[in-house]
Write a protein that binds this ligand. Structure first.
Ligand code: CA
Length: 225
């Protein structure tokens, strides 16, 4: 899961990113509304944590822009403003949830889980499954029957993306954007290397799930008998 934090308070943004990463999410930060808007619209994020008062473009306008362009991306507004009027404005602009600072980390994490569940990305509390595989978010453990193996951060992100798409093809470009992120220099062969790591682990697990290469396009999962 890749989350975007749009927050101009540098220390708070870093603290949030750290909290999210410790709980198994990938987190990117934007410190102003314009970058926030462009990144939120990129399609690579699963959820946005959005501050209200931002340089460049305020959170309400950013949110309205997203919704006007048809984005259904879950947005959690996180702001110091506790006025009822501001909360109503945020929700009217299309926020899915509103938390006021200071917030309890546990409450924030619960909100995120709830919004992601609602989005249909997480099938149960913290796991995604495909065929005989089960991937656990908090621990990065990939399990097949009695066997399990721990994935690295990047392996986890890649495996999760493949599992969420199941039999649908994921292009190398999507993988680079979702797993390596926007400003990375990673190339197709980085993807190939990580796919080979995962294939080795799948074979170690004796899983019936295989990562199939679709030549010149990307990858999908398939279940072999
Ligand atoms: Ca702010």
């Amino acid at each position: 899961m890749r989350l975007l934090i749009v927050e101009d308070e540098v220390r708070l943004a870093a603290t949030l990113a750290d909290l999210l990463r410790r709980h198994g999410y990938t987190a990117d930060i934007c410190h102003n509304g314009i970058d926030g808007r462009d990144n939120a619209a990129s399609g690579i994020y699963d959820l946005v944590i959005l501050d209200a008062m931002l340089p460049g473009m305020d959170g309400f306008s950013l949110l309205r822009h997203l919704r006007d362009n048809g984005s259904t991306l879950p947005v959690l507004m996180l702001t110091a403003r506790s006025d009822v009027a501001d909360r109503v404005r945020g929700l009217d602009c299309g926020a899915d949830y509103y938390l006021t600072k200071p917030f309890e980390p546990e409450e924030l994490l619960a909100c995120i889980r709830s919004l992601l569940r609602r989005k249909g990305e997480i099938r149960s509390e913290d796991t995604v499954t495909f065929g005989d595989l089960c991937l656990e978010q908090g621990t990065f453990m990939l399990t097949c029957g009695e066997r399990s193996v721990r994935l690295s951060r990047r392996e986890y992100d890649l495996m999760e993306l493949l599992i969420r798409n199941g039999k649908m093809i994921v292009t190398k470009e999507q993988i680079l954007l979702k797993v390596w992120g926007y400003d990375s220099d990673a190339e197709d062969n980085n993807v190939e290397v990580y796919v080979s790591f995962l294939r080795r682990k799948l074979s170690h697990l004796h899983s019936q799930v295989q990562i199939k290469t679709i030549r010149l396009v990307g990858y999908c999962l398939e279940v072999t008998e």
